[in-house]
Design a protein around this ligand. Structure first.
Ligand SMILES: [Ca+2]
Length: 324
């Protein structure tokens, strides 16, 4: 009887000890699980960015330390990621990376027959990951899908604005095709006017090229110029059909004639205009990427956009990117 009683007490004590040790063991196990999950989340994408010459001289740890929290793009997705102040790779499966104060109301400014997929993105084409932004217009008449980003351009500071574009088939441009623009609000209250834009135009054989355009509704772009549209034709590079290409624009805003605009396509400089205007005196500056045109064939006309970024240094096209 005494033995049985003791055995019961001992069994109970052993069970209690076992439970205690189980709890203690459980904690570090949970911690390890968290660490593993953390590492998985922080794992950089497979594409590795080649650092700029400045960064190349720094040890990797120093480069990591310099990377601002604000760089939303995963390391390796874009070029010199340490200088990115905002970016959108659409890997959220929607356009939420563009939201300001949780609203899209001032971001999308679509007109005419613009159609976008549900949530604004698609997996049909992607420069990074699975998603890109898709914009389709029926350009029989003037139509535009426009995606504005305001907080950075509103500061008035100089920035590099860049994005990857994909045009799935050769397009013959009738009236115009604007895919990237800087606007400004003037005295009139009926919206804003285009000052600088990147248009797509054709060579006689149909080859598509980027043509930077000054369309300021006031005298410019240089001091002494009248009110006129200036087209900056170039034959340094053309637009590939069915392949991603990169556009990057440096803009130092100016309401006088001390601004600066530079344009690169796939790393090739196609415009460099100094001492220029970029906005109305006393006006603000707006920036958007768009599929905005008229008289395009074939129509509807589709444009995919991915890896959009604003940075304080030039990003350049992804290292190792080759047209295939
Ligand atoms: Ca993407």
């Amino acid at each position: 009887m005494f033995f049985t009683k003791n055995l019961a007490v001992l069994t109970l004590a052993a069970l209690f000890l076992l439970l205690l040790s189980g709890c203690r063991l459980g904690r570090p196990l949970a911690k390890i699980r968290d660490k593993v999950a953390e590492r998985k989340e922080n794992r950089p994408s497979e594409v590795t960015a080649v650092p700029s010459s400045d960064q190349a001289d720094q040890p990797v740890a120093a480069q990591e330390a310099n990377r601002p929290e604000a760089a939303a793009a995963p390391p390796g997705t874009l070029g010199n990621v340490s200088s990115i102040v905002w970016s959108a790779d659409f890997e959220t499966g929607d356009l939420s990376q563009w939201a300001v104060n949780n609203t899209f109301k001032t971001i999308e400014a679509d007109s005419g027959k613009c159609s976008r997929p549900k949530r604004g993105v698609t997996t049909e084409q992607a420069h990074s990951g699975q998603y890109s932004m898709k914009m389709v217009i029926d350009a029989t008449r003037k139509a535009g899908c426009r995606q504005f980003r305001k907080p950075e351009v509103d500061t008035g500071k100089p920035y590099y604005y860049s994005a990857w574009f994909y045009i799935p088939e050769a397009v013959q441009v009738g009236t115009f095709w604007n895919i990237f623009q800087f606007k400004s609000n003037g005295d009139d209250s009926d919206g804003s006017d285009v000052f600088w834009k990147l248009e797509v135009r054709n060579d006689p054989d149909g080859t598509m090229r980027i043509v930077p355009v000054w369309k300021g509704p006031i005298p410019g772009p240089h001091e002494g110029d009248g009110i006129d549209t200036h087209l900056y034709y170039q034959n340094l590079t053309s637009i590939p059909v069915g392949q991603w290409f990169h556009l990057e624009v440096y803009l130092k805003q100016s309401e006088n004639f001390d601004g600066h605009i530079m344009v690169w396509q796939d790393g090739i400089e196609i415009l460099n205009e100094q001492n220029v205007r970029t906005k109305y005196p006393g006006g603000n500056q707006g920036w958007s990427v768009n599929n905005y045109g008229e008289g395009l064939k074939p129509t509807p006309t589709t444009l995919y956009i991915d890896d959009v970024a604003i940075s304080t240094e030039r990003l350049g096209p992804l290292p190792g990117f080759t047209r295939q």
